[in-house]
Design a protein around this ligand. Sequence first.
Ligand code: PMP
Length: 396
Amino acid sequence: GSGGKSRAARAPSTGKPAVTPDSVINLDHGDPTMFEAFWRETGDAAEIVIPGWQTMSYFSDVTNVCWFLEPGFDHEVRRLHRLVGNAAVDGYHVLVGTGSTQLFMAALYALSPPGADEPMSVVSTAPYYSSYPAVTDFLQSGLFKWAGDANAFNGDTYIELVCSPNNPDGSIREAVLASETGKAVHDLAYYWPQYTPITRRADHDIMLFTVSKSTGHAGTRIGWALVKDRGIAQKMTKFIELNTIGVSKDSQLRAAKVLKAVSDGYDELSAEGKQAHHHHRLFDFGRRKMVERWSMLREAAAASGIFSLPEETSDYCNFTKEMAATNPAFAWLRCDREDVEDCASYLRGHKILTRSGSQFGADPRYVRSACSTGTTPMTSSSSASPLSSEVKREYD
Ligand code: PMP
């Protein structure tokens, strides 16, 4: 996206790439660099130094089901959930993964019994996150296969992926299927106060989280799962053992430090003495940014007369103790023009790259457009990065 960095003209006032008539604005994928400004102000509270002799062993805690989980990371994950109140941690196993993407794959493996007559059906209500079908079918496993929209599924044996708030449309979701043999995986990547009011302490069997969305550290590639059942936790751990023999300790230490800095920012005791802490609250910063962006976006959509956005909903947030609106990381934009059947190509004609609704199992009149992407829309000159050769990404 930002391939034109060195060549693109810069706006003298901001130093950011200038938007010129031939600029391409890439809103196809999100990248949480929006949070960079916050972390630049954090200083050494989120910094780590790792001497050459440290983090050399494969093992972290051989007495734990997840033997490669760093105890310090486990501690900060539980502490942050207790602070925010978005998920139950008591009685849960914490598992670490290389992003929540690896834990998603581990969950598919753990929930698909070996030696079944047919692959396990994996479903999710449309519009669903475009990575789900892509990752599920990538290796054409005999254990599981993508089976599309959960609402159109017939049968008792399935894995239902429940993403809430949902990527791409930000909706709050519950499982739509129920059966003795059906299983649900709750992807709660966006269930944090900058995106949505925290209305309940989630306590599902398998819940997935990631620093990519909570703190913005997508490049650290650290996610975690909260898993109730010990047997499932063991199988998920086995998957990661055979996939990558564990998860980078260096990344876990960094993620632990970052989560600690977030919790410390809200810690009453430390805030009292240190003003710096008091003004350094990630979820407040994130919420402010998201509110700003959504108000500009809603204004622009209304002014256009041809685009509509999902209705804004609000609820009481148990964390902030205030009413709060939902501020999704993505905009699920509908083009209402009668003559436009494919909103993504219509926007592409105007040098704006978005992801078609069809990639989310939905109507191509819709597109998903990134909202929590860089500090400015990623721009590049169309000659440096022709639309036709844009790398197609299915994640984020
Ligand atoms: N789940 C959802 C709903 C996401 O949007 C993303 C990232 N875009 C992920 C999971 C993957 O996150 P990670 O970077 O931890 O692999």
